[in-house]
Write a new protein. Sequence first.
Length: 403
Amino acid sequence: MSTMNQTPRSDRIHIALFGRRNVGKSSVINALTKQEISIVSDVKGTTTDPVYKAMEILPLGPVVIIDTPGLDDEGTLGELRVQRTYDVLNKTDCAILVADVNQTPGKWEEEAIHRIREKKIPMVCVVNKSDLSEEKSEALMEFERRLGVTFQFVSAQSGVGLEKLKEALISNIPQAEHQRPIVSDLIQPGDVVILVIPIDEAAPKGRVILPQQQTLRDILDRGAIAMACQDTELKQTLASLKTKPRLVVTDSQAFEQVARDTPDDVLLTSFSILFARHKGELNRLMEGVEALRSLKEGDHILIAEGCTHHRQCNDIGTVKIPKMLKEYTGKNFEFEFSSGTRFPQNLQEFAFIIHCGACMLNPREMQWRMSKAEEAGVPMVNYGVFIAQVKGILERSMQIFRS
């Protein structure tokens, strides 16, 4: 979780380094960032879990650099580490494949290249330790020709090639995915937007949650006027205005009451719905709504969240949503819950997936989760879309995107 004066990890470009043990991935990261981020050792397998570091690389801006365990790790634990390494690809915006000047790229690098390309991730290939040799071997050039890649030489020790590596990252990273608005393109400078933020037992002490923070900032960046209140004060807030607001944005859990209290001629949506679009997949999540009507008694339902948090007795994911689904369909279901960075590999056992707003996931990871569901033929919605549907206000919640 980022502090309030940091760019959230989910809005940062994710750059991950891959390679065998002891090729110098950690050294390259430390040299590239000019910080001692990763432990460096001559012992193979020093990095045993992905290491994340949020920082700034100009002119890219806020990024997350990810150091990963070696692709050639061995043994039962080694296989798990390699799997954890490849899991990082699901959130990677640009991959750096690192080879050692003393080793010809082989099966591990080839497997990594295939996996990176399969996920359509931009890739930069480097040969580390160029201070030992700056000549490409015939074997390396043959590997480049066969795989259609080009390795550039860098030296974490001397710093040679690091500026060119930065330039390669800048030219390869798709910036558009990290410039998606939350709400700013839906409003005009001077518009009034009311943010409805319930303060209940689930609200964190002393702060508002991340999507509320980010929506507020997006409104201010647009030059619009943001007002915040609890659901219990919405009527009073609306009555105090001389002109009607452009939009009311509410926490999904208060959707029903907020819809009643908001005049029909005022646009209404939720933070969760805005974030479905912010991650770029609102239309696909809307398509999942139709499958709610065809769910059968006893179907297996997955409720997934992108973060881990202390669950309250009336938790939205484990209590409220299962209850809403039962009331809406009149049927009983079996539920499975997942949270954090781990997402079930076998989705075919599920009939339906209800996902959180994904404020803690970057767009690539959320899109990967949706693609996995699509490949398995499992319909998927997010919290905001689901709650709006079962409360009968989904059509109204979509009007802001059509006006």
